[in-house]
Design a protein around this ligand. Structure first.
Ligand SMILES: [Zn+2]
Length: 124
């Protein structure tokens, strides 16, 4: 059972890791905004710390962008009750403990693993 994280817990994790320098393993994932995980990288090698998903919750597609950002903006707010954060897990690199948000986008014919560095500055 993966632990559901509150905003407070998420903020705590993000704050406690914010000065961690990425290692060679995870540096390709280090982007302030969402990116597709490179095909050669196995996301399962990142350790799950918790999730922002609510078991059995209705799918929500609302995004939160009060300042005119979009999903891909580097400075998009991390709003845990909104898409895609409400379906994200929090994972850490087992080598350097840098933390990331991760979710899987299910398209009609594809799966896209997406990842974003967890920066406390953007948690709203
Ligand atoms: Zn690392």
């Amino acid at each position: 059972m993966i632990q559901k994280l509150t905003r407070h817990q998420l903020l705590y994790i993000a704050m406690s890791r914010k000065d961690v320098q990425p290692c060679e393993e995870c540096v390709p994932l280090c982007c302030p905004g969402w990116i597709s995980v490179p095909g050669y990288f196995d996301v399962r090698t990142l350790k799950v710390l918790g999730t922002l998903r609510t078991e059995g919750a209705q799918e929500c597609w609302d995004e939160y962008h009060p300042d005119g950002t979009n999903l891909w903006s580097l400075e998009a707010p991390i709003a845990i009750d909104h898409y895609p954060y409400d379906r994200s897990d929090v994972r850490e690199c087992v080598h350097c403990t840098r933390v990331f948000l991760h979710y899987t986008e299910y398209g009609g014919y594809y799966l896209d693993e997406r990842i974003r560095g967890l920066d406390p500055e953007f948690i709203v």
